[in-house]
Design a protein around this ligand. Structure first.
Ligand code: ADP
Length: 473
């Protein structure tokens, strides 16, 4: 744990394991509610001085952190693959993406502009001023164990806020590495604090009820997000929520089915499907279903699962046993209700995979609305294909979900692309594009996928208050 510029080392701890091998990677301190309270007090104490620094000084620290993170990219990626499981190449990409947020918000720190507004009274002036919202409590998930931290820490620090972060219990070593970088970059004591814990509940309680915390930012499941938003409501704390998704991937018959199938095989199996923007329902127009499925089945069948340290493996393990059970339950349910299995469909235990949480890359088709996978987020390596007949139907089916994070459209028809883009109720839409994410672009969901946006110009606004001055002159 890192509180008030100090690394704590004494006290009860909990173990961290490699999900590919079961190997014990290390132990981290098991923080309590009292630790959370003392970290919040440290953040509150540091707030005034940090907010008073010039944007250029805060920016310089973020530039330094960016430089350090890029210099340590290979080592951080290796740690990530061991702790979280994704293939090394994907870890290298994630570290770059994480560093991008440090760079982007080092730049944005200097662009927190206010405004003057003309008044109807000639003796009055309006001045709109932006100031940091205050102490921020942040909770992050395990699936992107470095970039989800910098996506919150960088804008908060750029805006002049101080932060207490609780990382996911499966990936605290990656979080520790990020805080080592902030420490080395010279972030002052108390400005960024980290509390690790095996039980997130008491820490979450403190985050939501401590009066000193003015803003709560969370990335994780919709269930936990709703719980935290409710717990933060009595004090009307500001909240940002990046929650679950159930992305539709729509392939119209004017798209090249082979190109679209390649796109699906790349984006669906990224991070073993453990991403909130992972396609969960792949809608394919019936006239091109056959060539699409043929290409997709061939590609999915070739995706090797195994330890992410071996470059031959395209798919790493799932994070834990519970994740395997959930994926398997959805697959069994779909097959029982009439879905067709093309490839995969079971846990992998041969070739030394028995110690890890491996599930074979799976393709099922004929998926229908009565199946669990049609509504529940899968968070695993299962591509579920649903046939459709016309544009209006597919838009209605795609929108028929409580989630509203990402969606994908494949079409060569410009009018159709624009129409569908406008009608889909999702915050991030890829049009013939499987990676509509960047530190420069706003990321976030509609409906039960969340509140607020991260990254982009919007990302720093989440950490700013608007203050109006009305001056009589
Ligand atoms: P997942 O199901 O993907 O693990 P969670 O929403 O459970 O997603 O976890 C995301 C983050 O939320 C993790 O850091 C986890 O420790 C944290 N978390 C889970 N439950 C709570 C809670 N009651 N209070 C605070 N944080 C929580």
């Amino acid at each position: 744990m890192y509180i008030d510029g100090q690394w704590l080392s004494d006290g009860p701890s909990f173990p961290v394991y490699n999900p590919a091998t079961g190997e014990h990677l290390g132990d981290v301190l098991d923080g309590t509610r009292e630790h959370a309270a003392s970290a919040i007090a440290a953040a509150d104490k540091a707030m005034k001085e940090w907010a008073a620094k010039s944007a250029y000084e805060r920016s310089a620290l973020l530039y330094k952190a960016h430089e350090l993170m890029m210099a340590q990219r290979p080592a951080l990626a290796e740690l990530m693959t061991q702790e979280q499981g994704k293939p090394l190449k994907a870890s290298l990409n994630e570290v770059k993406y994480a560093a991008d947020f440090l760079l982007w918000f080092a730049e944005e720190a200097k662009r927190v502009y206010g405004e003057t507004i003309p008044s109807a009274r000639s003796d009055q002036r309006f001045l709109v001023h932006k100031q940091p919202v205050g102490v921020v409590a942040a909770v992050t998930p395990w699936n992107y164990p470095i970039s989800m931290l910098t996506r919150k820490l960088a804008p908060a620090l750029a805006a002049g806020c101080t932060v207490v972060l609780k990382p996911a219990e499966s990936t605290p070593l990656c979080a520790k590495a990020v805080f080592q970088i902030l420490h080395e970059a010279g972030v002052p004591a108390g400005v960024a604090n980290m509390v690790t814990a095996s039980d997130p509940k008491p820490i979450g309680e403190e985050f939501c009820t401590n009066q000193l915390v003015r803003k709560l930012t969370f990335t994780g499941s919709t269930a936990v997000g709703k719980h935290l938003a409710q717990a933060a409501a009595p004090q009307l704390k500001r909240v940002s929520m990046e929650l679950g998704g159930h992305a539709p991937f729509i392939v119209f018959d004017d798209a090249d089915p082979v190109h679209a199938a390649k796109g699906v095989s790349l984006v669906k199996f990224l991070n073993t499907g453990q991403a909130c923007i992972s396609p969960n329902r792949i809608f394919v127009q019936r006239s091109i279903l056959e060539p699409f499925l043929e290409t997709l089945a061939a590609r999915v069948g070739k995706l090797l699962a195994g330890n992410g340290m071996d470059p031959a493996n395209a798919i790493g393990p799932l994070i834990n046993e519970a994740a395997i059970s959930k994926v398997d339950r959805q697959v069994r349910d779909a097959l029982d209700k009439g879905a067709t299995l093309h490839t995969g469909g079971s846990r992998l235990t041969d070739n030394g995979l028995d110690k890890g949480c491996f599930y074979g890359a799976t393709l099922i088709s004929n998926v229908a609305p009565d199946m669990l996978i049609y509504r529940e987020e899968t968070f695993g390596p299962v591509a579920a294909v649903v046939p459709f007949d016309d544009e209006d139907d597919v838009v209605a089916m795609a929108n028929d979900t409580d989630y509203g994070l990402a969606a994908y459209i494949y079409t060569q028809n410009l009018s159709r692309a624009m129409r569908t883009f406008e009608q889909l109720n999702f915050g991030i839409i890829g049009i013939n594009d499987i990676n509509p994410t960047s530190a420069a672009a706003p990321f976030g969901g509609m409906k039960e996928s969340g509140l607020g946006r991260e990254g982009a110009r919007e990302g720093i606004d989440e950490y700013l208050e608007t203050k109006l001055g009305g001056f009589s002159i």
